[in-house]
Design a protein around this ligand. Sequence first.
Ligand code: 5GP
Length: 116
Amino acid sequence: MSETTETIFSKIIRREIPADIVYEDDLVLSFKDIQPQAPVHILVIPKKPIRKLDNAESQDHSLMGHLLLTVKRVAEQAGLKNGYRVVINNGDDAGQTVHHLHIHILGGRQMKWPPG
Ligand code: 5GP
């Protein structure tokens, strides 16, 4: 794997560093955020090291759909019956800090709008 795609999330996928994993299959991994911003804060990532949403390609069509359906599954599993927020930080202006595509699931409290 090249330097440009190696991140802390690659290490979590390879079990080189621990994470509180809540769901896994061949294509995706989901684990609790280490610095939760809500009572429930879970990340869903593709195992394929796509740096950010902008780097997803047409060949990733079904993977992207699978990611969103995994969000729904994980949110249900976490008991978020009253709703939740789904966030993708894409690039610097959005404040993306880990350069491996990830979807945030935030829930367990009332969210505000607009986000900061
Ligand atoms: P971003 O700001 O890039 O959208 O989100 C990255 C998220 O990854 C942050 O919410 C941050 O707390 C989380 N994070 C960073 N490093 C780790 C880690 O080693 N383990 C876990 N579980 N989450 C991490």
